[in-house]
Write a protein that binds this ligand. Structure first.
Ligand code: CP3
Length: 353
């Protein structure tokens, strides 16, 4: 694999950047998807103090604190911006609220008339607190820890905007996309523009890396996969690369199975995050074409003990050379005991072949 140049001042400083450049390292970096959140008692306290989840996300002092909490407990190699995936929908003029424990709720947009009401006029104004969070975190984070900015991919964000919240079948989104492809394209194009702007603003505020979450890419069949998953991510990547060629981009196209092969080349991203369904054999093969991240089952982190240790050993034995970042295959769940996270991180930090 081609080795990418590192910015001189960053060489040897951030293990995450070394790994993302495909350079050799002593051990793989580790961070954990959804490492901030309800499994941490200090997060639950902060959440109570903030009153609402939206207020937590949009108050820089609170959001910076939530971002840093997991790094105070565990020696992780990266922090990930504390925000939530549907915030750009709010910034485009769609209402957004949260019901306790249920995730985002939005008034659904089901057709091109609904799309035509969205606008960029107040986009950066609404998201300004997020950029301020990035600035605050970068100031407080030790220089050898990377800060990851993030956004949802257009397809995944569109599923929340069209369904009006979380869904497992995405029936309305598909009916819109298949039935009125030009109208749905107008939504995706707007989200490509908005997401590119959003990630660039995070980079300008101090994010070292950005990750694009296409958490519902799994729901697209071959018909539509290029148009709604690959193309939008490729366009966003090209825009970021034109402005900031040295900022690594990670994509998490969850559950795409065989489509993982060639995904990095087709989109231009520097790394792909693997879900729990990718076999270690397939992951080892993918590592020859791109940097990979993943893919311990978050439920093993709930179980802990021997099962977690064995599964982690197997992953490390198979993948831990260069081009690899240790992570989970999806986010930490609220039931996770904190001690299991401590044990996992120390296993990776002390791991020897
Ligand atoms: O450490 C971190 O990763 C914190 C920042 C973060 C959150 N959400 C905070 C959050 C990040 C990176 C996300 C990403 C996100 N949000 C994704 C993509 C990753 C994935 O899981 O596939 C998606 C699909 C969402 C949308 C979302 N937000 C859902 C489905 C839910 C409800 C489920 C849940 O975990 O509660 C949320 C709410 C949410 N986002 C919480 C947190 C800490 C819980 C809210 C609370 O405290 O009440």
């Amino acid at each position: 694999m081609h080795k990418k140049p590192l910015v001189r001042s960053q060489v040897g400083e951030k293990l995450m950047l070394t790994a993302l450049a495909g350079q050799p390292y002593e051990r793989p970096p580790i961070w954990l998807m959804r490492q901030a959140g309800r499994y941490l008692p200090e997060y639950r306290d902060l959440r109570a103090e903030a009153g609402s989840f939206l207020n937590l996300c949009l108050t820089p002092g609170f959001a910076a604190e939530a971002t840093l909490q997991p790094l105070r407990r565990f020696p992780l190699d990266a922090a990930i911006l504390f925000a939530d995936l549907p915030l750009p929908a709010l910034a485009l003029g769609q209402d957004l609220s949260y019901r306790d424990g249920e995730g985002p709720v939005l008034p659904p947009i089901r057709d091109r008339v609904g799309v035509s009401k969205l606008h960029m006029a107040r986009f950066h104004e609404v998201l300004a607190p997020v950029y301020e969070t990035v600035r605050l975190v970068r100031q407080k984070l030790p220089p050898d820890r990377a800060l990851i900015g993030f956004a949802g991919a257009p397809w995944t964000l569109a599923t929340y905007m069209v369904e009006g919240g979380g869904s497992t079948d995405h029936a309305h989104t598909k009916r819109f996309a298949y039935g009125d492809p030009a109208g749905f394209s107008a939504l995706i194009d707007l989200l490509v523009e908005a997401t590119g702007d959003y990630l660039i603003a995070q980079i300008e505020a101090g994010a070292d890396i950005v990750q694009i979450f296409d958490s519902w890419a799994s729901s697209l069949p071959d018909y539509g996969f290029s148009r709604w998953c690959l193309d939008p991510i490729r366009k966003i990547t090209a825009r970021i690369k034109a402005a900031y060629p040295l900022v690594p981009i990670i994509a998490f196209p969850r559950g795409i199975g065989f489509f993982y092969e060639g995904f990095a080349a087709a989109t231009g991203v520097d790394a792909v995050s693997l879900d729990t369904g990718v076999s270690l054999a397939a992951a080892a093969k993918l590592k020859e074409e791109t940097v990979i991240q993943g893919n311990l089952d978050p439920q093993l982190l709930v179980t802990g003990g021997r099962a977690m240790k064995e599964a982690t050993d197997q992953i490390m034995a198979r993948l831990s050379g260069e081009n690899y970042i240790f992570n989970l295959g999806h986010g930490i769940v609220p039931q996770t005991p904190v001690e299991h996270v401590t044990a996992l991180v120390s296993q990776i930090l002390t791991w020897r072949k």
